[in-house]
Write a protein that binds this ligand. Sequence first.
Ligand code: F6R
Length: 662
Amino acid sequence: MLSETGWEQDSGSSAFRERFEQVRTVVYPGSAEACRDLAAHIRDLVESRAREGRMAVLGLATGSTPVPLYRELIRLHREEGLSFGGVITFNLDEYYGLEPEHPESYRRFMADQLFDHVDLPADQAHLPDGSVPIEEAFASCAAYEEAIVNAGGIDLQILGIGRSGHIGFNEPGSKKDSRTRLIALDRITRRDAAADFLGEEKVPRFAVTMGVGTILEAREIVLLAWGENKAEIVAQAVEGAETEAISASFLQSHPNARFVVDAHAASALTRQRLPWLVGRTTWNKPETRRAVAWLAGLKGKPVLKLVDDEYNETGMGELLTREGSAYDLNIRIFNELQHTITGWPGGKPNADDTNRPEKALPWPKRVLVIAPEPEDDILSMGGTMERLVRQGHELHVLYQTSGSLRVSDDAAAKFASILRMLAEQGSGRSGETGPACGAIWEHQGDYAAAILAEIERKGTFGEPSKNLRLLKALIRRGEARDSCGVLRIPAEAIRFLDLPFYENGRYRRFVPGKEDEDRLGAVLSEIRPDQIYATGHLADPSSVQGICFELLEKALAAMLGEEWLRRLSLWLYRGHQQPLRPYEVEMAVPMSPVQLETKVAAIGRFQTHNSPDNLDGEDNRGLAKAYDRLGLAEYEAIEGFERSRPLGAGAAGDEAISGSGG
Ligand code: F6R
């Protein structure tokens, strides 16, 4: 039954470089390639079962991760005639307490993402029932298990992985032999679902999930993971011991399980992070820097104090033979790290820029900070934005999406009720004296009443009207302006693109299109920036950040011949959950305690959606401490950036994108 796809050939080896991995792990450049192969594998399974006159039984997952797989399966169905008539499906889990028609229920998700687009008969698709009364839950779970057995057991189980390490909803503490049951959701899981439910407090507290034991009975298991957010948990599940604390680690003892991950989700595996421990490496510049910084961390020493023996003991002796001695290597790397630090993110005028991250000219620069959702920018680079303005650059801030999905109904209702009160006073209806322009106020009052009525009518999860989405977008817009104001960025410098893929979609279900690309392209050609800051390069490709970055790449690629692109420096900032490690930083912008306070104050202006973690400044303090431990200058806080590699076919050129310092 094995297919001829790259899928099988790629995965079987237990090469030296994978020796830390306790379960087969296949790394693909991106999710698209991985899903193409996996979908082909599923097609082979379905067709071979059909030839045997049997049904193929698939175990399915929900969430962002399998979305590109389902799109590819739909394509195979439409364009290549793959039929699901001979398929039976069992989903892993369902929120408890949601009706099947609830927009966030997994039944609805599966209908939207797969079932409604293929010829799978409705009675062949099974999901755990999240709407049974509590006293019937046990029997309902037992019946689910029985249905799987009656179908002949699961041939192929698809899994995602949560940041808590869960598979299905088997949260930390789940036993290896656990069965389908009700479970309380972990804090991290509820936090990760907060955006879908418009607030953590609205995320269901319980779910029904297949047990780890149920999952392990599948004949073949494939766990998928994309994006930087999954890197740490993937590494722990693949390289750590089997443990109840990470239910995905139990796949290690399954005879036919594999992890299929993209390069970003693989980035914390030893073979990617510390390649010299698992075979020959190229010892190029970034890798050498990474190795030395890692060794300093391991030994708890500053770079300049590392000695020959310490390099030899850790598989890095070859590096010394190239460099001469630890002393020479240490100094070279120390200087490289030192040169990443600059208080002049836009380049320092009239200064020798040979060893600076950013070139001095042109001066001042046209700088474009691009944020997928308002706040992404301020969280990761508020301090740098403040410096860029203070140092006289022409700063533009571009919000790709409105961020309206981050604003709860409560926040919109608060605004509408204030407006209604004002209108009542203004129109004299309240009996108090107010501004004398009654007719205008009546319109405002009607508007406020309509918004409040809609919120009441649609309930927490009903689709908001365009009007309500607009109000939420404007609330977020106001906060973004306010936040930028704290950093002295004038309102005229801020643009809101309100990309349609976001305005017409919801989390995990966005479909970007040509208009998104064109709108972004138009702003880029109008501003023609000398320097861009962007993010999303390592994100799950179906997340807002991932989609926004891909749109940027496409827009830039469409302009590759243009003159301004040759001058452009493109810097990348990282999201909050996966901050840069010191050896990955190519530009480190330090902050004084006062600058950090200002940044935190700016973040605090986003009131409709903020987590206390965002307000402690710890990410930036952490990077400063890491620099300090390497023996570099001791700052209060640092914001870090990496340089973008050349775009697409590289027509913009290495030099163009890499600036003068590298
Ligand atoms: C969903 C499921 C979960 C998800 C996991 C990752 O049916 O069982 O284990 O696979 O939470 O979610 P995403 O893919 O949204 O990152």
